[in-house]
Design a binder for this molecule. Structure first.
Ligand code: MHO
Length: 166
């Protein structure tokens, strides 16, 4: 059965690339888009201004197994970005670059909170994780040119804060 996971961790170009690279060969489909905001027809230009309050995000559809499942997706999300910088990721600044987990069920909420507590304890002692953990709302796919952007544009901008921390 396919499940959905939704995360925001800064500029969505590099976020999608990082998940695609790490879970290569698994049953995973990703798209980038906008969620967590108020406007009913967000587009890149509007979201860039911050006025819609949407986050640049990734939506992952996957069939859980021992290699890909919600706990390891949440852990990977924490490994590939800095969850301690409020409303910014690397040089990208604005609420659209906030760190967030948008859960789709009570079970996902529980796991997200558990993993967050473990990562806080293990990797960020004394430095609060500011990641928002909130219920998933409406999702808007980003424009086609943003999908798999770094495959289409291998020399395109990749946020330098997107790398594996452990
Ligand atoms: N700093 C990058 C961010 C792109 S990302 C899709 C730029 O301004 O192009 O927000």
């Amino acid at each position: 059965m396919t499940e959905t996971a939704t995360f925001a961790a800064g500029c969505f170009w590099g976020v999608e690339k990082a998940f695609q690279r790490f879970y290569k060969g698994e049953n995973i489909k990703t798209s980038v888009g906008y969620t967590g905001g108020a406007d009913s027809s967000p587009d890149y230009k509007k979201v860039c201004t911050g006025s819609t309050k949407h986050a640049e995000a990734i939506q992952i559809h996957y069939t859980p197994n021992d290699k890909i499942n919600y706990p390891n997706l949440v852990e990977f999300f924490y490994r590939m970005h800095d969850p301690t910088t409020l409303n910014s990721q690397g040089p990208d600044v604005g609420t659209q670059y906030r760190s967030a987990i948008f859960y789709h069920s009570a079970e996902q909420e529980k796991i997200a909170k558990q993993v967050t507590a473990e990562v806080q304890e293990k990797h960020y002692k004394g430095k609060p994780i500011v990641t928002e953990i909130i219920a998933a709302g409406e999702w808007f796919d980003a424009e086609e040119y943003h999908q798999k952007y770094l495959d289409k544009n291998p020399t395109g901008y990749e946020c330098p804060s997107h790398f594996l921390r452990w």
